[in-house]
Design a protein around this ligand. Sequence first.
Ligand code: SAH
Ligand code: SF4
Length: 409
Amino acid sequence: MAHEAVSSSSVTGEHHNATAQPENTTPKANLMGMSRAELEVFFEGLGEKKFRAGQVMKWIHQYFVTDFAEMTNISAKLREKLERISEIKAPEVVHRNYSKDGTRKWVFRVGDGAGSLVETVLIPADDKTGARKTLCISSQVGCALDCSFCSTGKQGFQRDLTSDEIIGQLWVANQSYMEDVEIAERTRSVTNVVMMGMGEPLLNFKPVVKAMSLMLDDFAYGMSKRRVTLSTSGVVPMMDKLSEELDVALAISLHAPNDALRNELVPINKKYPLEQLIAAAQRYIRKDGNESARKHVTIEYVMLDGVNDQAEHSQQLIKLLKDLPSKINLIPFNPFPHAPYGRSSRNRIIAFQKALSDAGFVCTIRQTRGDDIDAACGQLVGQVADRTRRAEQWKKKVAQQGEIIRSQG
Ligand code: SAH
Ligand code: SF4
């Protein structure tokens, strides 16, 4: 399906500056990705009361207002000051694509100039509580961890996203449903967030934690902590740090039930092998108290034909997870060009699921959605980058041909 190009006049502000600055000497502070604590410091720096932070957060994250002039509970004088020293900017959308099945995808350009591309996907599902809309958010451009079945990993690491760029993805997704709705009537449509887009969120810790704190904050998105999930390939020390700083659901990209195979598929396993990973997951759950965000972890397991999908693997997995309260999610592999793997057959996946269910595990198979717009997990921006490159090459060719025709004519 063709991608729709969207106007590209804005560039994401990258720096926060928590205090007022003299005019024209520093970039404007972007309020989009500031946590409540940071905004409170920001307003105190302007000689204002702390509660302004909550007011402005509501305008930004609940009413999707970016123009200070529309913030009617703030004095004209303060609005004018805010206008001068700050801005509210989401990352620039360069493509968006809304699929027939309700899946929506955005490609953002982040950074200055040509910038880099990152992708965000919204996947709808009807569950018993009503319409669930899960947004898959990126945390980095590319990824340094080079898992052998992941197209993001194949691109290498380019850069970390800022908190503006991370929360901006959620902002854009919610705002896309509210464009034609009166400000007073606006609501938030995204019900769940998973940090399962491009990048390893625990290797971009501070911006990710800041953005996730906004997801949970009642003055921003006010999402339940059970509906906000961070997915990691297993950066063990940062799992402990996360557990201290934030209460969110955790998913672990396991993909293999023994170290030899996991070393191959998820190379960070060489640094933090399974024993350490499982122990860290257990510690994460133990931090719980009575809250349900941490009653279990989700185990992600990509189904690679003939590689990790045999009966011996399910048996090993059952042993490995026996003392870890977990729900297992089997992910049919999403192929990409030059991928060294194939997707396990449907029968194989069902047999694997049955083995785990028979052993008492809750085990689900992830539905692949949005295939018609390349929005499935693991099929992220690489292909868009490819297409963009192809489109650019094509444009160049056409321009060159134009030159030739002109010079001949
Ligand atoms: N870096 C984090 C989060 C992003 S990856 C992590 O690894 O957990 C999100 C999920 O998509 C991970 O479980 C990852 O293993 C999975 N994934 C990556 N490439 C895939 C592919 N080609 N097919 C299916 N799932 C894939
Ligand atoms: Fe990075 Fe996750 Fe892809 Fe591994 S699966 S390369 S950690 S994005």
